[in-house]
Design a protein around this ligand. Structure first.
Ligand SMILES: NC(=O)c1ccc[n+]([C@@H]2O[C@H](COP(=O)([O-])OP(=O)(O)OC[C@H]3O[C@@H](n4cnc5c(N)ncnc54)[C@H](O)[C@@H]3O)[C@@H](O)[C@H]2O)c1
Ligand SMILES: O=C(O)C(=O)C[C@@H](O)[C@H](O)[C@H](O)COP(=O)(O)O
Ligand SMILES: [Zn+2]
Length: 366
C-alpha cells in the first residue's frame, strides 16, 4: 500500500528583509517529513515538548534517530509552568550533557508556552543555535511560533526575560488541533480576533457569520482563519522584527492581559486575558475619543460569541496598574497602550489621563 500523500501545504514567508534571514511557515497536514530539510548540518537534535505531548515528542525523537540524528527528547511542564528560569536551566543542563554544538538544532513541539521556552533556550545556548517550531495549539500556530519573540516569566511579570530569535521554520500541522482541549482552542481565537481588529476585518466577518463553527477545528473556515492571522503576523514582524515601531500593534490588548495573567498566577489562559485586555483597550480608545462606538461594541459581541471573557474583578485595579508599569511598551514612567483609531487602524496612546484609564477599567469591571 502506498502511504497517504500529504496535501500541498500553504507556505508563508517571514523575514528576509532588513538583514533578517527568511524562513517559512507551513500550514497543512503530515508536515513532519519537512523537518529533516530544516535541520541543516545538525548532528544532534533536542526535541522539547510538554508533558501532554510526551508521545508526540518521543515519536519525533525516534523518527529523527532512525534517520541517523543523535536525537534527545526533553520533557517540559505543561503550559505556563514551563516558562521559568529553572526550566530553562534544566534544558541548558540537558544540552550540555549531550554535547550540543552550534550546528545542532532545537525543535519546540507544543503550545506557545513550549515554543517560547524552546526558542529562548535556542537563543541563549552558545549565544544562539538554530531552532524549529512545531506549534500544536491554534494560538501557537497563529502567533507564538511566528516572529521570533522568545522568553520566560519572572516573579515580577510576564515574558520579562527573553530574546528576539526567529526560528528556521514553522510547521503548523492542523491535525494536532484535534486533540486540543476546547478551552485552549477558544483561547487561540482571541489572537485570531486580535489580528482581525488590528489588520484584517475579514477574519471578524468569518467568525461573526458562524461563531459556533469558529469554536472547533472542524469548522469550515479553520484553515483560512489560521492562514489569515499568520499573514498578519508575518507581514508585521517581517518589517519590524525587534519591535522598534510597527510590531507594537501585535500587543493590542496585552498591556492589561499580562497584568491579569500575573494576578491570576498564570491560571488564566493567555487568550482569555487578551480577550478582556482587548475590551479594555477598545473602551480606552472610545473614551480617548478615537474609536467609534460601533467598533468598540463589536469587540464584546465577537469575543462573547465564541465564549471568551469580557470582564475582570473590579477591586484589582491598583495591583494591575502597578504591574502594567513594567510592560515592555512603557518608557520610563510613561504608560503606553495600543488602541484603535478605527477598524484596522491601530495606533499608540501614550500616557493616558489616569481618570480615563480608571473609567475604561470601570467598563470591564465586575
Ligand atoms: N512569542 C510570541 O510571540 C507569543 C505570542 C502569543 C502568545 N505567546 C505565549 O504563548 C503562551 C500560550 O500558548 P498556548 O495558548 O498555546 O498555551 P500553552 O502552550 O500553555 O498550551 C496549552 C495546554 O495545551 C497543551 N497542549 C498543547 N498542544 C496540545 C495538543 N495538540 N493536544 C493536547 N494538548 C496540547 C499544553 O501542554 C498545555 O497544557 C503564553 O505563554 C503566551 O505568552 C507568545
Ligand atoms: O509578537 C508580538 O510582538 C506580540 O506582541 C504577540 C503577542 O500576542 C504575544 O503574546 C507576545 O508574547 C507578547 O509579547 P510581550 O513583548 O508583550 O511580552
Ligand atoms: Zn499574545
Amino acid at each position: 500500500m502506498t502511504p497517504p500523500v500529504a496535501d500541498t501545504p500553504t507556505r508563508i514567508q517571514v523575514g528576509g528583509t532588513a538583514g533578517t534571514a527568511p524562513y517559512e511557515v507551513l500550514i497543512g497536514r503530515q508536515l513532519l517529513g519537512e523537518l529533516p530539510g530544516l535541520l541543516g548540518a545538525a548532528k544532534r537534535v533536542a526535541v522539547l515538548h510538554p508533558e501532554a505531548l510526551a508521545e508526540t515528542g518521543e515519536a519525533i525523537r525516534q523518527d529523527l534517530a532512525e534517520q541517523g540524528y543523535d536525537a534527545v527528547a526533553i520533557q517540559l511542564p505543561n503550559g505556563e509552568e514551563a516558562k521559568t528560569a529553572e526550566v530553562a536551566a534544566y534544558c541548558w543542563k540537558a544540552l550540555g550533557q549531550t554535547g550540543f554544538t552550534r550546528t545542532d538544532v532545537i525543535v519546540g513541539v507544543g503550545g506557545g508556552a513550549t515554543t517560547d521556552v524552546a526558542g529562548f533556550v535556542a537563543a541563549t545556548w552558545l549565544r544562539g543555535v538554530r531552532w524549529i517550531a512545531v506549534p500544536t495549539t491554534v494560538l501557537a500556530m497563529v502567533d507564538a511560533a511566528v516572529g521570533g519573540k522568545t522568553g520566560i516569566n519572572t516573579a515580577e511579570g510576564k515574558n520579562l526575560v527573553g530574546a528576539f530569535h526567529p526560528p528556521a521554520g514553522v510547521l503548523c500541522d492542523l491535525a494536532a488541533l484535534d486533540s486540543l482541549p476546547v478551552n485552549d482552542y477558544i483561547s487561540g481565537l482571541a489572537e485570531i480576533i486580535k489580528a482581525g481588529f488590528i489588520a484584517d476585518p475579514e477574519i471578524l466577518e468569518l467568525i461573526e457569520r458562524d461563531p459556533a463553527a469558529a469554536r472547533t477545528p472542524a469548522g469550515p473556515h479553520t484553515a483560512e482563519l489560521i492562514e489569515r492571522s499568520i499573514r498578519v503576523k508575518a507581514e508585521v514582524v517581517s518589517s519590524d522584527l525587534k519591535e522598534s515601531g510597527l510590531r507594537e500593534i501585535l500587543n493590542y490588548g496585552h498591556t492589561l492581559a499580562h497584568a491579569i495573567e500575573k494576578n491570576e498566577r498564570y491560571n488564566w489562559r493567555h487568550g482569555a486575558a487578551v480577550s478582556v485586555g482587548m475590551v479594555f483597550a477598545a473602551e480606552l480608545g472610545r473614551l480617548a475619543g478615537r474609536l467609534d462606538d460601533a467598533t468598540a461594541d463589536r469587540h464584546r459581541a465577537v469575543l462573547e460569541s465564541v465564549g471568551l471573557p469580557l470582564t475582570y474583578r473590579g477591586d484589582q485595579w491598583p495591583k494591575l496598574l502597578e504591574t502594567m508599569r513594567v510592560d515592555k511598551k512603557s518608557r520610563g514612567d510613561l504608560l503606553r497602550f495600543i488602541v484603535l483609531d478605527g477598524l484596522a487602524k491601530p495606533t499608540v496612546l501614550e500616557g493616558p489621563d489616569p481618570a480615563v484609564l480608571l473609567a475604561a477599567y470601570a467598563e470591564i469591571s465586575r
